[in-house]
Design a protein around this ligand. Structure first.
Ligand SMILES: Cc1cc2nc3c(=O)[nH]c(=O)nc-3n(C[C@H](O)[C@H](O)[C@H](O)COP(=O)(O)O)c2cc1C
Length: 373
């Protein structure tokens, strides 16, 4: 963790409303990264010097660590994420329609457990506005230097049986901008969304998104884009295996494990207890073991050639190592950045590099799945 963030940033955060602090950080990152004099400074401070290349979906990722969905829902600070050294960035959740989300406050920090509880409810500018944001960004700055992933959510007012149309419309509007699309059927904050993890829901969304993918790729004379499914941690192993196998059998190119949980850990701290009593999804350290176990379960059930993206409680190189060894090909974090600051990427990548050198593994690829075999 950066000492500056540990001594000044994190103590200051304690006194700020979580969502306001998040908004200010995002605006600062956008400001610093859009200025040609301060952008190199961001790179100097935060970008890892080591490279740990991973080939996936026809692209080379400089290392396995990227930004999880939810942090930059409206693609506000694309230059900033790249400057801080992330290997890929997932924007969204984006819904077909613009939404304000749930009433505030809706995001809470449990500082002792290093966890967050949120019930944002897919607040975002909607697919049309984000399409024009990306259009402007691409025409001014070109395609981002790192793969851009797009997290697709469902508009709250769209009934479940029309969900395929909602996901597919957003995908179509953003198809030419995104490199990878993630179907999010696992947020706990949109009523009944998780029912779409069931066979019929999942199949029909995948069919609709594949149809868009086929059409857009032949129109653009470009390869199809990978489509992944993101799952919730609140289910049995049997249910998880069933969902993963259904997703794979219906053409999903991989799986993101996992979204936030509705479960809560025990806590002896009053502040954390009051946060844990809030309704919503919990992320951060207490989710770590569960999401790593899920990676192992999916890997055993689907084999080593179906990519798993590991997310949940990564706040150090050791956390990242465990998820890679369990079978994740790429990793993402959200909460880790809230508690450790922007230097997290550098500490994860440099730490992985160091551990790799001291291990019998010849590369990150060789490490992937080594504890699940
Ligand atoms: C405030 C907040 C908003 C989120 N929004 C989304 C979202 O829109 N779509 C999604 O798939 N995941 C969303 N997530 C889940 C994260 O992408 C990630 O799966 C989860 O937080 C676990 O990772 P972490 O422990 O590193 O935070 C959100 C998480 C938080 C904390």
């Amino acid at each position: 963790m950066g000492a500056g963030y540990r001594w000044f940033g994190r103590p200051l955060l304690r006194f700020q409303d979580s969502e306001k602090a998040h908004g200010r950080s995002l605006s600062l990152l956008r400001l610093f990264s859009s200025n040609p004099f301060t952008r190199p400074l961001l790179k100097l401070l935060y970008k890892p010097k080591r490279s740990l290349p991973v080939e996936l979906f026809g692209r080379t990722y400089a290392h396995p660590f990227g930004l999880a969905a939810g942090m930059d829902k409206n693609a506000k600070a694309l230059l900033g994420w790249e400057a801080t050294g992330l290997a890929f960035v997932e924007i969204g959740g984006i819904t077909m329609l613009e939404q304000t989300g749930n009433p505030k406050p809706r995001m809470f920090r449990a500082p002792h457990a290093k966890a967050l509880v949120n019930r944002m409810g897919f607040n975002n500018n909607g697919s049309e506005k984000i399409q024009s944001t990306l259009e402007k960004h691409f025409s001014k700055h070109g395609r981002p230097g790192v793969p851009l992933w797009v997290n697709l959510g469902k508009s709250k007012i769209t009934p479940l049986d029309e969900a395929p149309m909602d996901y597919a419309t957003t995908m179509e509007r953003l198809w030419s901008y995104g490199d990878v699309f993630v179907i999010n059927v696992s947020s706990p904050n949109t009523p009944n969304l998780r029912e779409l993890q069931g066979d019929e829901g999942l199949k029909s969304i995948l069919v609709a998104c594949h149809e868009v993918n086929n059409r857009c790729s032949s129109q653009a004379e470009h390869e199809k884009k990978p489509i992944l499914v993101k799952v919730a941690p609140d289910m049995t192993s049997e249910q998880l295996i069933h969902i993963a196998q259904t997703a794979k059998a219906n053409g999903a190119d991989g799986i993101v494990v996992s979204n936030t949980t509705v479960e809560r850990p025990e806590s002896g701290h009053k502040r954390d207890q009051s946060v844990f009593s809030q309704q919503g999804g919990m992320s951060g350290q207490p989710l770590k073991e569960r999401s790593t176990d899920m990676i192992r379960t999916v890997r055993k059930a689907t084999g080593k050639d179906w990519p798993i993206i590991g997310v949940g409680g990564i706040a150090s190189a050791d956390d990242a190592w465990e998820k890679l060894a369990a079978g994740a090909t790429l990793l993402q974090a959200y909460s880790g950045f809230v508690f450790e600051g922007p230097a997290l990427t550098k500490s994860v990548v440099n730490g992985l590099h160091k551990r790799l050198q001291a291990s019998p593994h010849t590369s990150i690829i060789d490490l992937i799945g080594s504890s699940s075999e």
